[in-house]
Design a protein around this ligand. Structure first.
Ligand SMILES: [Zn+2]
Length: 449
Protein backbone atom coordinates (compact mmCIF):
# COMPACT_ATOMS: atom_id res chain seq x y z
CA UNK A 1 0.00 0.00 0.00
CA UNK A 2 1.13 3.54 0.41
CA UNK A 3 1.22 4.22 -3.32
CA UNK A 4 0.77 7.89 -3.75
CA UNK A 5 -1.00 8.27 -0.46
CA UNK A 6 1.07 10.20 1.99
CA UNK A 7 -0.35 10.94 5.37
CA UNK A 8 3.00 12.23 6.55
CA UNK A 9 2.37 15.34 4.52
CA UNK A 10 -0.56 16.48 6.55
CA UNK A 11 0.08 19.80 8.23
CA UNK A 12 0.31 19.23 11.94
CA UNK A 13 -0.65 22.66 13.19
CA UNK A 14 -4.09 21.50 14.12
CA UNK A 15 -5.89 24.38 12.48
CA UNK A 16 -6.71 22.32 9.45
CA UNK A 17 -8.29 19.61 11.53
CA UNK A 18 -5.65 17.13 10.44
CA UNK A 19 -5.45 15.76 13.95
CA UNK A 20 -9.05 14.93 13.98
CA UNK A 21 -10.45 12.40 14.53
CA UNK A 22 -7.93 11.49 17.19
CA UNK A 23 -6.69 8.03 16.47
CA UNK A 24 -4.22 5.52 17.68
CA UNK A 25 -4.28 2.71 15.23
CA UNK A 26 -2.20 0.28 13.30
CA UNK A 27 -0.54 0.97 9.98
CA UNK A 28 -3.28 -0.32 7.67
CA UNK A 29 -6.00 1.26 9.73
CA UNK A 30 -4.04 4.54 9.75
CA UNK A 31 -4.07 4.47 5.99
CA UNK A 32 -7.86 4.48 5.90
CA UNK A 33 -8.25 6.92 8.75
CA UNK A 34 -5.99 9.36 6.95
CA UNK A 35 -7.99 8.96 3.83
CA UNK A 36 -11.07 9.61 5.89
CA UNK A 37 -9.49 12.82 7.20
CA UNK A 38 -8.54 13.76 3.74
CA UNK A 39 -12.07 13.23 2.56
CA UNK A 40 -13.34 15.38 5.41
CA UNK A 41 -10.91 18.14 4.62
CA UNK A 42 -11.95 18.14 1.04
CA UNK A 43 -15.53 18.47 1.98
CA UNK A 44 -16.33 15.04 0.68
CA UNK A 45 -15.25 15.85 -2.82
CA UNK A 46 -12.15 13.66 -2.68
CA UNK A 47 -13.07 10.03 -3.10
CA UNK A 48 -11.76 7.36 -0.77
CA UNK A 49 -10.63 5.15 -3.62
CA UNK A 50 -8.51 7.73 -5.32
CA UNK A 51 -4.83 7.11 -4.65
CA UNK A 52 -4.24 10.58 -3.30
CA UNK A 53 -6.20 13.61 -2.48
CA UNK A 54 -4.40 16.85 -3.16
CA UNK A 55 -3.34 18.97 -0.25
CA UNK A 56 -5.76 21.75 0.53
CA UNK A 57 -4.60 24.91 -1.18
CA UNK A 58 -4.13 28.07 0.88
CA UNK A 59 -6.72 29.99 -1.08
CA UNK A 60 -9.06 28.48 -3.58
CA UNK A 61 -8.87 30.58 -6.70
CA UNK A 62 -11.82 30.40 -9.07
CA UNK A 63 -10.16 29.92 -12.39
CA UNK A 64 -11.31 32.52 -14.89
CA UNK A 65 -14.20 31.13 -16.86
CA UNK A 66 -13.69 30.98 -20.59
CA UNK A 67 -16.55 33.43 -20.88
CA UNK A 68 -14.78 36.23 -19.05
CA UNK A 69 -13.29 37.90 -22.09
CA UNK A 70 -16.46 37.73 -24.07
CA UNK A 71 -19.65 39.72 -24.29
CA UNK A 72 -23.15 38.78 -25.46
CA UNK A 73 -25.96 40.54 -27.22
CA UNK A 74 -28.96 41.04 -24.97
CA UNK A 75 -32.23 42.95 -24.70
CA UNK A 76 -32.64 45.45 -21.92
CA UNK A 77 -35.69 47.27 -20.61
CA UNK A 78 -35.73 49.90 -17.87
CA UNK A 79 -39.28 48.91 -17.05
CA UNK A 80 -42.87 48.87 -18.24
CA UNK A 81 -43.44 51.66 -20.72
CA UNK A 82 -39.75 52.16 -21.37
CA UNK A 83 -39.45 49.87 -24.40
CA UNK A 84 -36.46 47.63 -24.86
CA UNK A 85 -33.13 48.01 -26.57
CA UNK A 86 -30.22 45.92 -27.78
CA UNK A 87 -27.27 46.00 -25.41
CA UNK A 88 -24.09 44.02 -24.79
CA UNK A 89 -23.46 42.28 -21.51
CA UNK A 90 -20.22 41.19 -19.95
CA UNK A 91 -19.38 39.31 -16.75
CA UNK A 92 -17.05 41.43 -14.67
CA UNK A 93 -15.62 41.11 -11.16
CA UNK A 94 -18.22 43.52 -9.82
CA UNK A 95 -21.24 42.12 -11.56
CA UNK A 96 -23.02 41.91 -14.88
CA UNK A 97 -22.00 44.93 -16.95
CA UNK A 98 -24.67 46.17 -19.34
CA UNK A 99 -23.14 48.24 -22.09
CA UNK A 100 -24.86 50.56 -24.53
CA UNK A 101 -27.93 51.57 -22.52
CA UNK A 102 -29.02 54.93 -23.97
CA UNK A 103 -25.39 55.61 -24.84
CA UNK A 104 -24.51 55.94 -21.16
CA UNK A 105 -21.71 54.39 -19.13
CA UNK A 106 -22.18 50.66 -18.50
CA UNK A 107 -24.64 49.70 -15.79
CA UNK A 108 -23.33 47.22 -13.26
CA UNK A 109 -25.72 44.77 -11.68
CA UNK A 110 -23.86 43.12 -8.77
CA UNK A 111 -24.26 39.36 -8.74
CA UNK A 112 -25.63 39.19 -5.21
CA UNK A 113 -28.67 41.33 -6.01
CA UNK A 114 -29.69 39.51 -9.17
CA UNK A 115 -32.86 37.51 -9.48
CA UNK A 116 -33.87 35.28 -12.33
CA UNK A 117 -37.14 34.16 -13.90
CA UNK A 118 -36.00 30.57 -14.50
CA UNK A 119 -33.20 29.19 -12.32
CA UNK A 120 -29.96 28.36 -14.11
CA UNK A 121 -28.81 24.83 -14.79
CA UNK A 122 -26.35 23.16 -17.13
CA UNK A 123 -29.21 23.00 -19.61
CA UNK A 124 -29.95 26.72 -19.51
CA UNK A 125 -29.98 28.40 -22.87
CA UNK A 126 -30.74 31.93 -21.72
CA UNK A 127 -31.20 34.13 -18.68
CA UNK A 128 -33.98 36.60 -17.89
CA UNK A 129 -32.54 38.72 -15.10
CA UNK A 130 -33.83 41.44 -12.87
CA UNK A 131 -32.03 43.48 -10.26
CA UNK A 132 -33.30 44.24 -6.76
CA UNK A 133 -32.23 47.87 -6.80
CA UNK A 134 -33.72 48.69 -10.18
CA UNK A 135 -37.29 47.44 -9.91
CA UNK A 136 -39.03 46.90 -13.20
CA UNK A 137 -35.86 46.68 -15.24
CA UNK A 138 -35.14 43.41 -17.00
CA UNK A 139 -32.32 41.93 -18.99
CA UNK A 140 -32.75 39.01 -21.35
CA UNK A 141 -29.58 37.26 -22.50
CA UNK A 142 -30.23 34.54 -25.07
CA UNK A 143 -26.79 32.98 -24.77
CA UNK A 144 -26.19 29.59 -23.19
CA UNK A 145 -22.50 30.20 -22.64
CA UNK A 146 -23.34 33.36 -20.73
CA UNK A 147 -25.97 31.51 -18.71
CA UNK A 148 -23.54 28.78 -17.73
CA UNK A 149 -20.75 31.21 -16.87
CA UNK A 150 -23.21 33.20 -14.78
CA UNK A 151 -23.81 30.12 -12.63
CA UNK A 152 -20.26 30.43 -11.28
CA UNK A 153 -20.64 34.09 -10.42
CA UNK A 154 -24.16 33.99 -9.02
CA UNK A 155 -24.71 30.53 -7.53
CA UNK A 156 -27.93 31.71 -5.87
CA UNK A 157 -29.52 31.75 -9.31
CA UNK A 158 -29.01 28.08 -9.94
CA UNK A 159 -31.58 25.34 -9.89
CA UNK A 160 -29.38 23.60 -7.33
CA UNK A 161 -29.61 26.59 -4.99
CA UNK A 162 -33.35 26.75 -5.45
CA UNK A 163 -33.66 23.06 -4.59
CA UNK A 164 -31.53 23.58 -1.51
CA UNK A 165 -33.74 26.44 -0.43
CA UNK A 166 -36.88 24.45 -1.00
CA UNK A 167 -35.44 21.65 1.12
CA UNK A 168 -35.39 23.96 4.14
CA UNK A 169 -38.36 24.06 6.49
CA UNK A 170 -41.54 24.94 4.71
CA UNK A 171 -42.10 28.21 6.53
CA UNK A 172 -38.71 29.48 5.47
CA UNK A 173 -39.29 28.53 1.85
CA UNK A 174 -42.77 29.97 1.96
CA UNK A 175 -41.43 33.16 3.48
CA UNK A 176 -38.84 33.55 0.76
CA UNK A 177 -41.37 32.82 -1.96
CA UNK A 178 -43.83 35.23 -0.40
CA UNK A 179 -41.23 37.97 -0.20
CA UNK A 180 -40.22 37.43 -3.78
CA UNK A 181 -43.80 37.53 -4.99
CA UNK A 182 -44.56 40.59 -2.85
CA UNK A 183 -41.43 42.27 -4.17
CA UNK A 184 -42.42 41.59 -7.74
CA UNK A 185 -45.89 42.98 -7.26
CA UNK A 186 -44.90 45.95 -5.12
CA UNK A 187 -42.33 46.99 -7.65
CA UNK A 188 -44.82 46.61 -10.46
CA UNK A 189 -42.45 44.22 -12.17
CA UNK A 190 -44.30 41.75 -14.28
CA UNK A 191 -42.16 39.00 -15.78
CA UNK A 192 -44.74 38.56 -18.55
CA UNK A 193 -44.67 42.25 -19.42
CA UNK A 194 -40.88 42.34 -19.21
CA UNK A 195 -40.60 39.38 -21.54
CA UNK A 196 -43.26 40.84 -23.85
CA UNK A 197 -41.01 43.88 -24.18
CA UNK A 198 -38.17 41.68 -25.30
CA UNK A 199 -39.99 39.94 -28.08
CA UNK A 200 -38.27 40.85 -31.33
CA UNK A 201 -40.41 43.05 -33.59
CA UNK A 202 -40.55 40.26 -36.17
CA UNK A 203 -42.01 37.87 -33.63
CA UNK A 204 -44.56 40.42 -32.46
CA UNK A 205 -45.62 41.08 -36.04
CA UNK A 206 -45.90 37.39 -36.72
CA UNK A 207 -48.03 36.96 -33.59
CA UNK A 208 -50.13 39.92 -34.66
CA UNK A 209 -50.78 38.43 -38.07
CA UNK A 210 -51.85 35.17 -36.46
CA UNK A 211 -54.13 36.93 -34.04
CA UNK A 212 -55.74 39.08 -36.73
CA UNK A 213 -56.31 35.97 -38.83
CA UNK A 214 -57.85 33.97 -36.01
CA UNK A 215 -60.00 36.80 -34.68
CA UNK A 216 -61.39 37.90 -37.99
CA UNK A 217 -61.57 34.20 -38.78
CA UNK A 218 -62.58 34.04 -42.41
CA UNK A 219 -64.08 37.53 -42.55
CA UNK A 220 -63.02 39.78 -45.36
CA UNK A 221 -61.24 43.04 -44.75
CA UNK A 222 -62.65 46.33 -46.00
CA UNK A 223 -60.41 47.96 -48.56
CA UNK A 224 -62.31 50.65 -50.50
CA UNK A 225 -59.43 52.92 -51.67
CA UNK A 226 -60.81 56.28 -50.50
CA UNK A 227 -61.83 54.83 -47.13
CA UNK A 228 -58.44 53.18 -46.69
CA UNK A 229 -56.72 56.48 -47.45
CA UNK A 230 -58.89 58.26 -44.88
CA UNK A 231 -58.18 55.60 -42.25
CA UNK A 232 -54.46 55.76 -42.98
CA UNK A 233 -54.53 59.54 -42.60
CA UNK A 234 -56.28 59.27 -39.23
CA UNK A 235 -53.84 56.57 -38.10
CA UNK A 236 -50.83 58.66 -39.12
CA UNK A 237 -52.15 61.71 -37.29
CA UNK A 238 -52.78 59.78 -34.06
CA UNK A 239 -49.49 57.83 -34.31
CA UNK A 240 -47.58 61.09 -34.65
CA UNK A 241 -49.34 62.41 -31.55
CA UNK A 242 -48.47 59.22 -29.66
CA UNK A 243 -44.84 60.00 -30.40
CA UNK A 244 -43.56 56.49 -29.67
CA UNK A 245 -42.33 55.85 -33.19
CA UNK A 246 -44.52 52.76 -33.44
CA UNK A 247 -46.08 52.11 -36.83
CA UNK A 248 -49.65 51.09 -36.19
CA UNK A 249 -51.35 49.07 -38.88
CA UNK A 250 -55.11 49.39 -38.75
CA UNK A 251 -57.58 47.26 -40.69
CA UNK A 252 -61.37 47.16 -40.79
CA UNK A 253 -62.94 43.71 -40.66
CA UNK A 254 -66.19 43.20 -42.53
CA UNK A 255 -67.93 42.19 -39.32
CA UNK A 256 -71.22 43.58 -38.13
CA UNK A 257 -70.52 43.47 -34.39
CA UNK A 258 -69.33 46.65 -32.75
CA UNK A 259 -65.78 45.92 -31.75
CA UNK A 260 -62.17 47.01 -31.78
CA UNK A 261 -59.04 45.25 -30.59
CA UNK A 262 -55.31 45.68 -30.51
CA UNK A 263 -53.08 42.72 -31.33
CA UNK A 264 -49.33 42.19 -30.97
CA UNK A 265 -47.09 44.00 -33.40
CA UNK A 266 -49.06 47.29 -33.38
CA UNK A 267 -51.92 45.85 -35.39
CA UNK A 268 -55.40 47.12 -34.65
CA UNK A 269 -58.67 45.72 -35.95
CA UNK A 270 -61.83 47.83 -36.12
CA UNK A 271 -65.12 46.29 -37.19
CA UNK A 272 -67.57 47.48 -39.81
CA UNK A 273 -70.16 47.56 -37.00
CA UNK A 274 -68.08 50.11 -35.13
CA UNK A 275 -67.47 52.33 -38.17
CA UNK A 276 -71.14 52.29 -39.07
CA UNK A 277 -72.37 52.96 -35.54
CA UNK A 278 -70.06 55.93 -35.05
CA UNK A 279 -71.70 59.31 -35.49
CA UNK A 280 -68.48 61.23 -36.06
CA UNK A 281 -64.86 60.64 -37.06
CA UNK A 282 -63.90 61.71 -33.54
CA UNK A 283 -65.63 58.62 -32.13
CA UNK A 284 -63.54 56.34 -34.33
CA UNK A 285 -60.44 58.36 -33.47
CA UNK A 286 -61.20 58.01 -29.75
CA UNK A 287 -61.50 54.23 -30.01
CA UNK A 288 -58.41 54.03 -32.20
CA UNK A 289 -56.39 56.13 -29.74
CA UNK A 290 -57.49 53.81 -26.91
CA UNK A 291 -56.36 50.73 -28.87
CA UNK A 292 -53.06 52.44 -29.60
CA UNK A 293 -52.74 52.87 -25.83
CA UNK A 294 -52.96 49.08 -25.46
CA UNK A 295 -50.35 48.76 -28.20
CA UNK A 296 -47.99 51.24 -26.52
CA UNK A 297 -48.19 49.30 -23.26
CA UNK A 298 -47.83 45.99 -25.13
CA UNK A 299 -50.93 44.67 -23.41
CA UNK A 300 -51.71 42.17 -26.20
CA UNK A 301 -48.18 40.78 -26.13
CA UNK A 302 -48.24 40.58 -22.34
CA UNK A 303 -51.52 38.70 -22.45
CA UNK A 304 -50.09 36.21 -24.88
CA UNK A 305 -46.90 35.71 -22.87
CA UNK A 306 -49.06 35.06 -19.80
CA UNK A 307 -51.23 32.70 -21.76
CA UNK A 308 -48.50 30.60 -23.30
CA UNK A 309 -46.09 30.86 -20.37
CA UNK A 310 -42.64 32.31 -20.02
CA UNK A 311 -40.92 29.26 -21.44
CA UNK A 312 -42.84 29.25 -24.70
CA UNK A 313 -42.50 33.01 -24.99
CA UNK A 314 -38.77 32.64 -24.51
CA UNK A 315 -38.82 30.26 -27.46
CA UNK A 316 -40.31 33.05 -29.53
CA UNK A 317 -37.74 35.50 -28.24
CA UNK A 318 -35.11 33.07 -29.48
CA UNK A 319 -36.67 32.98 -32.92
CA UNK A 320 -38.77 29.85 -32.73
CA UNK A 321 -42.50 29.91 -33.19
CA UNK A 322 -43.50 26.41 -32.23
CA UNK A 323 -46.44 25.62 -30.02
CA UNK A 324 -48.55 28.52 -31.16
CA UNK A 325 -51.06 26.54 -33.16
CA UNK A 326 -53.74 27.11 -30.54
CA UNK A 327 -53.35 30.82 -30.27
CA UNK A 328 -56.94 31.40 -31.30
CA UNK A 329 -58.03 29.21 -28.42
CA UNK A 330 -55.75 31.05 -26.07
CA UNK A 331 -57.25 34.37 -27.06
CA UNK A 332 -60.69 33.32 -25.98
CA UNK A 333 -59.32 33.28 -22.45
CA UNK A 334 -57.75 36.69 -22.51
CA UNK A 335 -59.14 39.97 -21.37
CA UNK A 336 -57.49 43.10 -20.09
CA UNK A 337 -57.41 44.13 -16.48
CA UNK A 338 -59.06 47.30 -15.25
CA UNK A 339 -55.63 48.80 -14.79
CA UNK A 340 -54.79 48.02 -18.42
CA UNK A 341 -58.00 49.80 -19.47
CA UNK A 342 -57.10 52.82 -17.39
CA UNK A 343 -53.63 52.91 -18.91
CA UNK A 344 -55.05 52.70 -22.42
CA UNK A 345 -57.52 55.50 -21.63
CA UNK A 346 -54.71 57.69 -20.30
CA UNK A 347 -52.79 57.20 -23.54
CA UNK A 348 -55.96 57.89 -25.53
CA UNK A 349 -56.48 61.23 -23.82
CA UNK A 350 -52.91 62.26 -24.41
CA UNK A 351 -52.93 61.11 -28.05
CA UNK A 352 -56.21 62.93 -28.77
CA UNK A 353 -54.86 66.09 -27.20
CA UNK A 354 -51.65 65.86 -29.21
CA UNK A 355 -53.66 65.37 -32.41
CA UNK A 356 -56.05 68.18 -31.40
CA UNK A 357 -59.03 65.86 -31.65
CA UNK A 358 -61.83 66.41 -29.15
CA UNK A 359 -62.36 63.81 -26.42
CA UNK A 360 -66.11 64.26 -26.96
CA UNK A 361 -65.93 61.50 -29.55
CA UNK A 362 -64.62 58.97 -27.03
CA UNK A 363 -67.21 60.20 -24.56
CA UNK A 364 -70.12 59.74 -26.94
CA UNK A 365 -68.77 56.31 -27.79
CA UNK A 366 -68.92 55.35 -24.11
CA UNK A 367 -72.47 56.68 -23.97
CA UNK A 368 -73.47 54.74 -27.04
CA UNK A 369 -72.06 51.55 -25.56
CA UNK A 370 -73.88 52.15 -22.28
CA UNK A 371 -77.17 52.84 -24.05
CA UNK A 372 -76.96 49.82 -26.32
CA UNK A 373 -76.08 47.74 -23.31
CA UNK A 374 -79.18 48.97 -21.57
CA UNK A 375 -81.41 48.25 -24.57
CA UNK A 376 -79.86 44.88 -24.85
CA UNK A 377 -80.41 44.01 -21.22
CA UNK A 378 -76.68 43.50 -20.88
CA UNK A 379 -76.86 39.95 -22.13
CA UNK A 380 -76.28 40.15 -25.82
CA UNK A 381 -73.68 41.07 -28.31
CA UNK A 382 -69.94 41.33 -27.85
CA UNK A 383 -68.63 44.65 -26.68
CA UNK A 384 -72.05 45.73 -25.47
CA UNK A 385 -72.27 43.18 -22.74
CA UNK A 386 -71.99 44.10 -19.11
CA UNK A 387 -69.12 46.50 -18.84
CA UNK A 388 -68.50 47.56 -15.27
CA UNK A 389 -65.65 49.94 -16.04
CA UNK A 390 -67.62 52.08 -18.44
CA UNK A 391 -69.04 54.47 -15.84
CA UNK A 392 -65.74 55.05 -14.10
CA UNK A 393 -63.87 55.41 -17.37
CA UNK A 394 -66.49 57.75 -18.74
CA UNK A 395 -66.05 59.98 -15.71
CA UNK A 396 -62.28 60.16 -16.28
CA UNK A 397 -62.73 61.12 -19.93
CA UNK A 398 -65.48 63.62 -19.06
CA UNK A 399 -63.18 65.31 -16.56
CA UNK A 400 -60.33 65.63 -19.07
CA UNK A 401 -59.00 69.03 -19.95
CA UNK A 402 -60.62 70.92 -22.87
CA UNK A 403 -58.62 72.37 -25.73
CA UNK A 404 -59.11 73.76 -29.21
CA UNK A 405 -59.92 70.84 -31.51
CA UNK A 406 -60.62 70.09 -35.14
CA UNK A 407 -62.53 67.06 -36.50
CA UNK A 408 -60.38 63.95 -36.89
CA UNK A 409 -61.39 63.81 -40.58
CA UNK A 410 -63.02 66.32 -42.89
CA UNK A 411 -66.52 65.59 -44.19
CA UNK A 412 -65.37 63.98 -47.44
CA UNK A 413 -62.87 61.68 -45.73
CA UNK A 414 -65.38 60.73 -43.05
CA UNK A 415 -67.88 59.73 -45.71
CA UNK A 416 -65.19 57.70 -47.44
CA UNK A 417 -64.30 55.91 -44.20
CA UNK A 418 -67.93 55.03 -43.58
CA UNK A 419 -68.00 53.43 -47.03
CA UNK A 420 -64.77 51.47 -46.59
CA UNK A 421 -66.62 48.13 -46.63
CA UNK A 422 -68.13 48.68 -50.08
CA UNK A 423 -65.00 46.94 -51.36
CA UNK A 424 -63.73 43.88 -49.52
CA UNK A 425 -60.81 41.55 -49.87
CA UNK A 426 -60.22 37.99 -48.71
CA UNK A 427 -62.43 34.97 -48.21
CA UNK A 428 -65.83 35.48 -46.71
CA UNK A 429 -66.40 32.11 -45.14
CA UNK A 430 -68.83 33.02 -42.38
CA UNK A 431 -72.41 34.13 -42.97
CA UNK A 432 -72.61 37.84 -42.33
CA UNK A 433 -76.13 37.90 -40.85
CA UNK A 434 -76.36 36.72 -37.21
CA UNK A 435 -73.49 37.43 -34.83
CA UNK A 436 -71.46 34.37 -34.04
CA UNK A 437 -72.14 32.70 -30.67
CA UNK A 438 -70.28 34.28 -27.81
CA UNK A 439 -67.39 32.47 -26.20
CA UNK A 440 -67.71 32.06 -22.45
CA UNK A 441 -65.11 34.72 -21.83
CA UNK A 442 -64.63 38.00 -23.65
CA UNK A 443 -62.16 38.21 -26.47
CA UNK A 444 -59.42 40.79 -26.11
CA UNK A 445 -60.81 44.10 -27.12
CA UNK A 446 -64.37 43.14 -26.54
CA UNK A 447 -64.41 44.41 -23.03
CA UNK A 448 -61.95 47.08 -23.78
CA UNK A 449 -63.26 49.83 -25.98
ZN1 LIG B 1 -59.24 48.64 -23.89
Amino acid sequence: MGRGFNHRHWPQNGSTGANWPPVRVGRVAAHFVSRFRSALLHNGRCRMHRPACPMPAKVTMVSPSPYDDRSSVARFSRGPGAGSQDVRVRLTERGVAIEGVDGEAPLIWPYGALTIAEPLSAQSIDALLSYSYQPGAALFVPDKIFARALMEHAPQLTLRARRMRSARPWFWAAGVAGAVVAGIWLSGFSPANALARMLPDKAREMLGDQVVASMTNGRATCVAPAGTAALDAMTAKLSAAAGTGQRFKVVVANWEVLNAFATPGERIVLTRGLIEAAKSPDEVAGVLAHEMGHGIELHPETGIVRGIGLAAATEIVLGGAGGLANIGLLLTQMSYSREAEREADRHALSILKGAQVSTDGLLSFFDRVAKMEENDGGTGIGVLRSHPQTEERRAVVAAAERYAATPALDAADWEALQSICTVTEGAETVPSAPPSPRPSKPLPGETDT
